[in-house]
Design a protein around this ligand. Structure first.
Ligand code: AP5
Ligand code: MG
Length: 387
């Protein structure tokens, strides 16, 4: 899930850009400055403690900041978060690490808006004449810069070491700066997630390879078949509705698959990406997949088709039907043929969907399991390099 810190000196444009970012990426906005100003206006205990410090351009105590951040995060939704004005000290950077850990999230990046001091002073003095913020007086502004240089700049080092520090030119119109931020966020998101689709005929060995592949590339394994089997076992409404399709060897309705996939995604906010098996299996589902990933601002990295001789697939499924791993749809040769036919009917279109996007790869999966795994890993590495 997308969590971002917007960083920068006083007047750099954090508040201005935040409003637009929150809208575009559907984020919960947490601005410690805004929260403190509200506490002051409401005359709360925290407000009383913070007022003089803020009006002199100093930094409010870390203890107070933890309290307000905790309170706000507890009330926040499960989506992404945009932090403005926090962390502002190295201690706060550690606090944020702890908070994110507790929420099972990670920070995508720290975007640092950069502009010359004279320009920032000019902007804040102009703002003073419009909004009348108590800390927008020349001498207070200079104190705020001093605090920033002494206590906040070291925070940048903290994130440089983590490799997620992104400087952004803050000079230019609001729209120009926003476009720069958007480009960086989109690119970072693209690189932060790896979404792999393992495609192929029933019996081509996707399930066998998928779990190991997910483990090796630190991805969350999303198998629509496995999720549906779980639902059937639980006797849930979705399970009951799906049972009849599964027994016939048919796909469950797309809406059911979408619901299960989205549930899996939202239960794994810290995922570095997903390995999909069993979905998409039709041309329509290829579109749906893009739609699902778009909602979390990411996309398919590659689609790998495991190509197998049809007789080999039949042999594998028949063999499985004699083991404990048997599926209801392995037992009847008619159903096996029906499933293989469905695959063959959709494969050309699904393949071309990803070929057109330059994201299609294939491996021969008739070889022994470990040989296929090795080839798959090489293919994934190649796809990641290209992406
Ligand atoms: P806070 O409210 O966070 O203030 P700040 O960091 O000093 O930053 P500003 O809000 O002044 O600037 P901004 O970067 O948001 O710029 P804006 O978009 O408004 O904190 C206030 C105080 O609270 C601190 O001093 C501290 O005491 C305390 N505090 C807060 N968080 C704390 C923490 N974590 N720990 C301890 N203490 C904490 O833009 C400025 C102006 O420029 C606006 O008028 C805007 O319209 C204009 N503008 C913006 N972009 C452009 C552009 N591209 N071109 C022309 N004009 C522009
Ligand atoms: Mg601000």
């Amino acid at each position: 899930m997308l969590s971002i810190v917007l960083f920068g000196a006083p007047g750099a444009g954090k508040g201005t850009q935040s409003k637009m970012l929150v809208e575009k990426y559907n984020l919960t906005y947490i601005s410690t400055g805004d929260i403190l100003r509200k506490e002051i206006a409401a005359g709360t205990e925290i407000g009383i403690q913070a007022k003089d410090i803020i009006n002199q351009g100093g930094l409010v105590d870390d203890e107070i900041i933890v309290q307000i951040i905790e309170k706000t995060i507890e009330n926040s939704t499960t989506g992404g978060i945009l932090f403005d004005g926090f962390p502002r000290t190295v201690v706060q950077a550690y606090i944020l690490e702890g908070l994110l850990h507790r929420m099972n999230r990670r920070l995508l990046c720290l975007l640092s808006l950069e502009a010359p001091r004279e320009m920032l002073i000019e902007r804040m003095l102009k703002r003073a004449s419009i909004e009348g913020r108590d800390d927008d007086k020349k001498e207070v502004i200079l104190n705020r810069f001093q605090e920033y240089d002494k206590k906040t700049i070291p925070v940048a080092e903290f994130y440089k070491e983590k490799g997620i520090y992104c400087p952004v030119d803050g000079v230019g119109s609001v729209e120009e700066v926003f476009a720069r931020l958007e480009t960086i966020i989109d690119k970072t998101l693209e690189n932060a997630y790896r979404n792999i689709i393992l495609y192929g005929a029933p019996g081509s060995g996707r399930g066998t390879q998928a779990k190991n592949l997910a483990k090796k590339y630190d991805l969350v394994y999303v198998s629509t078949g496995a999720m549906i089997r779980d639902e059937i076992e639980k006797g849930s409404e979705i399970g009951m509705e799906s049972k009849i399709y599964i027994e016939r060897g048919d796909n469950v309705p797309d809406l059911i698959a979408i619901k299960l996939i989205e549930q899996k995604i939202s239960n794994n906010p810290n995922a570095r990406g997903f390995l999909f098996k069993g979905f998409p299996s039709t041309y329509v589902q290829a579109y749906i997949m893009d739609g699902i990933l778009e909602k979390i601002h990411t996309s398919v990295t590659c689609m790998i088709e495991m190509q197998s001789n049809t007789l080999q697939c039949i042999r594998r499924l028949t063999q499985r039907s004699k083991t404990e791993k048997r599926r209801v749809y392995d037992m009847d040769p008619e159903i096996i043929i029906h499933r293989l036919e469905s695959y063959e009917n959709s494969a050309a279109n699904v393949r071309s969907y990803y070929q057109k996007k330059n994201k299609y790869y294939n491996v021969n999966s008739d070889a022994p399991v470990d040989v296929v795994f090795e080839t798959l890993c090489k293919t994934v590495d190649e796809a990641l390099k290209k992406a």
